[in-house]
Design a protein around this ligand. Structure first.
Ligand SMILES: C[S@@+](CC[C@H](N)C(=O)[O-])C[C@H]1O[C@@H](n2cnc3c(N)ncnc32)[C@H](O)[C@@H]1O
Length: 274
């Protein structure tokens, strides 16, 4: 923790953020029960008849995650049969961060990647838009509430960044990629993990039944059905893999690699900051 404390002044753009996150004293870590209670009974704001854009999308995404945060981990593990755990490990392995790297967990949610980074003996800092998700986080890493499109982090101050299952939720990918380029130092590695729809027609039909029919039912049973209805629909926000790879190159990344994982159910983009 000392190592991280030494780097904090070089990390944050604005010291006012420190009062939210300073090394283990974050206010949401001492008030998760209160936050969880506050979200019970909230109506999911994600429209079911269309996919919102711009500021409306950002607000709906934030409120949706605030709503589902208390049971996010449970639903996630049930829904993915814990396969997401292995995919985060695979992301870490592919990024191959040098020992003791300072790595951002972007869209940290409940802190899965932060925990994985700690296991690899790295220094982790989580950033997420949803206060509810951060309140439910189970990690000792400092957490900051912030938007991935305007990161509260100084230029070239981190050794790398990972981002799990959030690309679909962002209002604009090129803006996110240029923020990534701004905050990661030259030679730093990034790993962006998300779901994807398999290429194989056979797997795709199984995928469609599972995500369109089964997942919303699991969500309704354990959490909020309409929020989990959004999951399969949100995939259409994601551009084709070749487009995302080109966006990363345009933002200033090299060695851009796209991996289809688990038969195409997940995708991993990795790259090096030029
Ligand atoms: C599906 S969850 C993934 C959480 C975690 N990364 C994981 O691997 O389980 C997506 C997360 O992205 C966050 N998010 C969505 N849009 C964001 C934005 N513009 N800035 C920061 N976080 C955002 C949500 O609040 C949510 O916690």
């Amino acid at each position: 923790m000392m190592r991280l404390a030494q780097r904090l002044p070089f990390l944050y753009k604005n010291y006012s953020f420190l009062n939210l996150s300073l090394v283990g004293l974050s206010p949401w870590r001492v008030r998760p029960a209160k936050m969880a209670a506050a979200t019970v009974g909230m109506v999911n704001p994600m429209p079911t008849d269309h996919l919102p854009e711009g500021e409306a999308k950002r607000n709906a995404v934030r409120e949706m995650f605030d709503t589902i945060a208390p049971r996010y981990d449970l639903v996630n593990r049930v829904m993915t049969f814990r396969l997401d755990v292995g995919l985060r490990k695979k992301t870490m392995k592919t990024c191959a961060f040098a020992p003791n790297s300072l790595v951002l967990d972007l869209a940290a949610g409940t802190g899965d990647f932060c925990r994985e980074l700690h296991k690899g003996d790295h220094l982790a800092v989580g950033v997420d838009l949803s206060y509810g998700m951060l309140a439910a986080a189970r990690t000792s890493a400092p957490l900051v509430q912030g938007d991935l499109l305007t990161l509260p982090i100084l230029n070239e101050s981190v050794d790398g960044a990972v981002c799990g299952y959030a690309l679909r939720n962002l209002v604009e990918l090129p803006a996110f990629f240029s923020e990534l380029h701004r905050v990661v130092r030259t030679g730093g590695r990034i790993g962006l993990l998300d779901v994807s729809r398999p290429d194989s027609r056979f797997l795709r039909s199984g995928y469609d039944v599972y995500f369109n029919r089964v997942v919303p039912k699991i969500g309704a049973l354990l959490s909020d059905g309409s929020a989990y209805n959004y999951l399969p629909r949100s995939l259409s926000y994601l551009p084709d893999r070749s487009v995302m790879m080109q966006m990363l190159r345009d933002a200033g990344f090299v060695d851009v690699v796209h991996d289809q994982l688990q038969g195409g159910l997940s995708q991993l983009l990795t790259a090096t900051r030029d």
